[in-house]
Design a protein around this ligand. Structure first.
Ligand code: HEM
Length: 172
């Protein structure tokens, strides 16, 4: 029963994100067309390139810590995973916000415009999945939490790949 509720909550969240991302994309196009990006927003948006490293590294290392905990049952790894997961969830928020501002400044070639759309979508999905995973960490079974963590890892990797593909090319 608990698992069904959790799965439904995740599906509902994903559907909601799709809608929000779609709306956000339209708002983005409208404001870019109106050239409303001020110099401070431009500066703030550029922080995206620095911030991206934190959620990526923290999510990967939280998974490594959980694997080591399952293997050794040393509570040090459980604490490390908890800390890194919460830090990733917090830092993913400014990462996504600065990414959105950055996207107003950068002009993507038409071949890469699709990457930006998917990158934005997966970026938002990652932020929401991180929040859900932190919640599950404290409210439900370890199994449900680990499934959510695995989904978060996949979403983070997809976001990172799509972002890097825009900058370095799709062949990376
Ligand atoms: C957790 C969320 C996110 C992560 C981990 C992430 C990660 C990345 C990465 C790894 C890069 C490549 C940086 C480089 O190689 O220099 C990138 C670039 C970029 N991201 Fe994100 N991103 C996230 C969210 C977003 C969101 C929500 C947007 C909104 C549109 C966005 C827009 C961009 C843009 C415009 C670029 C630069 C592309 C260019 O320079 O042409 N990101 N991101």
């Amino acid at each position: 029963m608990k698992h069904t509720i959790v799965t439904l909550a995740i599906l509902f969240g994903a559907a909601l994100i799709l809608n929000v991302a779609e709306t956000w994309a339209h708002v983005t196009e409208a404001s870019a067309a109106a050239n409303q990006v001020g110099p401070w927003m431009k500066w703030f948006g550029q922080l995206h390139v620095i911030l991206v490293h934190y959620p990526i590294a923290l999510v990967v290392m939280a998974v490594v810590a959980e694997v080591l905990y399952s293997w050794t049952e040393n509570p040090m790894y459980e604490d490390a995973a908890k800390f890194m997961l919460i830090a990733a969830a917090v830092l993913a928020i400014p990462t996504a916000i600065t990414g959105q501002l950055f996207s107003l400044e950068t002009s993507q070639e038409s071949a890469l415009a699709g990457y930006l759309w998917w990158h934005r979508l997966f970026g938002i999905v990652t932020v929401v999945l991180l929040a859900i995973t932190v919640l599950l960490r404290y409210t439900t079974t370890r199994k449900a939490y680990l499934w959510s963590l695995a989904l978060t890892l996949l979403s983070t990797i997809a976001t990172a790949y799509l972002g890097s593909a825009m900058v370095w090319g799709p062949q990376i």
